[in-house]
Design a protein around this ligand. Sequence first.
Ligand code: PLP
Ligand code: COI
Length: 339
Amino acid sequence: MAPQLKWQDLGFQYMQTDSFMRADFTKDGGWSGLSACTDPNMSIHVAAAALHYGQACFEGLKAFTRKDGSIALFRPEENARRMAQSAKRIVMEPVPEELFIEACKKVLAGNRDWMPPYGTGASMYLRPLLIGSSPRVGISPSDDYVFLVLAMPVGPYYKDGFLPVAAMVQDKYDRAAPRGLGKIKAAANYAAGLLGDLEAKKLGFTISLYLDAGTRMHIEEFGTSNFIAITKDNKYVTPESDSILTSVTNKSLQQLAADFGLVVERRAISLSELADFAEVGACGTAAVITPVRSITYNGRVYAFGREDEAGPVLTKLYKKLLAVQYGEEEDRHGWMMKV
Ligand code: PLP
Ligand code: COI
């Protein structure tokens, strides 16, 4: 069904499209082939391990209609590998990389009418999901798994432009424990962040910054994105920790920053360094970079650059990554997979 969508008005929200892909894993039969499904309501056992014990992980990646009219996925093999790592950490059956990529390609093929055209600023967001489906009341890993890939068009994330937001350090709650699940994209991590994010929003902060739960002296990441900063001496710094998600966007921005000649540092970042940053951003697939104009911590407001405009280095990185994704500039690192 051809949608009547105003591409420029799209936000970042669920939308039912023509179809999604599904594959099932059973202990005896292994992985099934992929099938296209249309009914968004699926039948699931009331005692499924995903529902009771959180055996659920997901991914998020985008496909773009490019300047030359081709359609390409951005680094899908990175998401495939990360989903396999997520699965292993919570003792789920990993989805083979080929199956993951095939599902991404097929879901795009099944939803061509929903693919945002070039020049609208919109893109197709893919949401792979893996859940344990066997009934469990005693705690043990599921035998059976359902793998889905949904696709929906999403908007240019910044309707009003690439505008800086206010953040606060959310130290009332921890999001991920050392050696816990923070490194993976487990559904549970997002439940862990909901209350802190909600309370921060009530106080007027768009995003919350979480600290390392071990010492609460280091910056970890925002609730749904990695922390990146440009120091006053022009270095790109980002936290290294085994309890934050390895962001594909951050990895790509680090490469672009290095290409631009910046020194890139991945290391523990102390809260005491907040005063040293010229620019701060939150990075992830959905928005690429959300510029952060201030971080409030312990009654003090640390401000970065102008309130109404992102800083020059993050702006340059943001524009560069989008230009590669939309095929306006050379894909030097081979990030785009044409479908
Ligand atoms: N950190 C968290 C907790 C996230 O949910 C996301 C979003 O996917 C990211 C970081 C950014 O990761 P990526 O750039 O791979 O989307
Ligand atoms: C992102 O893609 O940047 C995200 O924050 C993912 C989120 C919707 C879970």
